[in-house]
Design a protein around this ligand. Structure first.
Ligand SMILES: *Cc1c(COP(=O)(O)O)cnc(C)c1O
Length: 345
């Protein structure tokens, strides 16, 4: 049986002794070799499959800690703004804890699998006629007015839970990798990984990647109308802006943009050549190293081992997958016809 993340790293997490452990057995996700991508970039590339978490994204690492603490503190409900995965995860852990869940999502802008999850787990789902950044502003104000726990990545416990991914990678490799490639939206996850490595003896260079149409950290100014196929990182004004930029700088890494075309190419490459189906936002990490290479400062050796964080599962967003996939082949129930359809051409 896998060990719940809170049990595995209890001594490094800020829970109170009386807090219940609200868990779905998250964490301990696979770290696998990526031979095709390794060959293309000329370094050993590994993929951290965060889509293998119970609700299908890394958000579960933070949510188990945030919801355990919220339950321990007597909260009645949890609330969040979300591009989708935070909503799915918050709804699942709220259900598990017997708390009410309220999630606010940008109307028409979240992947269908994530919406199904939030609804199935019994959360109240509110579709805002606005974008993620407006939703976050509103839930922050609501959390000041009501006895509810805000479980966006502005929540410290979320970051604490998410830092455990760095511990897992370092344990498995024997030390931290030379570089970590990660998609960046609200910038909570890169902040969390950096904090995790900071508690260890060695830290990697951080390569953060944003989608071109939602790249405030790359441009240095907020993006009022962020747009990208990678809905999980469609964020124009990251909540953890300063911390993320400080992490890129002190790691001697960088933050760069990748186009939707590059994201979708990496998304298809991962699925068709590495056997890994992640969501488009996750593929930004691989798109980034393919597009920008593995640059290092002049006085720094180029990285030999790179971990790409694949943040969420491909099944979350079947519309994007099917929109780009070849057509299904219809066929009569007849041996020769099936034979032709299967093997001809
Ligand atoms: C939340 C999320 C991200 C972005 O993480 P931030 O902490 O917002 O930077 C990337 N990919 C997926 C699949 C996500 O769910």
């Amino acid at each position: 049986m896998p060990i719940p993340l809170i049990e595995r790293y209890r001594d490094r997490l800020p829970l109170e002794p009386g807090d219940p452990i609200v868990t779905l057995c998250e964490g301990s996700t696979p770290l696998i070799e990526a031979p095709v991508i390794s060959e293309r970039v000329g370094a050993r590339v590994l993929l951290k499959l965060e889509g293998a978490n119970p609700s299908g994204s890394f958000k579960d690492r933070g949510m188990t800690v945030a919801v355990s603490r919220a339950a321990g503190a007597g909260a009645e409900a949890v609330i969040c703004a979300s591009t989708g995965n935070t909503a799915a995860s918050a709804a699942a852990y709220a259900a598990r804890a017997g708390l009410r869940g309220v999630v606010i999502v940008p109307e028409g802008k979240i992947a269908i699998g994530k919406l199904a999850q939030a609804l199935m787990h019994g959360a109240r789902v509110i579709a805002l006629r606005g974008n993620f950044d407006q939703a976050l502003e509103i839930v922050r104000a609501l959390a000041d007015r009501h006895p509810v726990e805000l479980v966006n990545s502005v929540n410290q416990y979320r970051i604490e839970g998410q830092k455990t991914a760095a511990f897992e990678v370092a344990e498995e490799l024997g030390e931290a990798p030379d570089a970590l490639a990660i998609p960046v939206g609200n910038a909570g996850n890169v902040t969390a990984w950096w904090r995790g490595f900071g508690e260890l003896s060695r830290a990697p260079m951080l390569y953060g990647f944003q989608a071109e149409g939602a790249a405030p950290l790359v441009r240095g100014v907020p993006v009022p109308e962020p747009e990208t196929v990678a809905s999980a990182i469609r964020i124009g004004n990251p909540a953890r802006w300063e911390e993320a930029m400080a992490a890129f700088t002190s790691s001697r890494g960088r933050v760069e943009a990748v186009s939707d075309g590059q994201i979708l190419d990496a998304y298809r490459l991962l699925a068709s050549r590495e056997g890994v189906f992640c969501e488009p936002a996750s593929a930004a990490s691989v798109a980034g190293i393919l597009a920008h290479g593995l640059a290092a400062p002049p006085d720094h050796p180029p990285p030999e081992t790179v971990v790409c964080v694949l943040t969420g599962h491909g099944l979350k967003d079947p519309d994007t997958a099917l929109g780009k996939a070849p057509a299904v082949i219809g066929c009569e129930a007849e041996l020769e016809a099936v034979e032709r359809a299967a093997f001809a051409g």
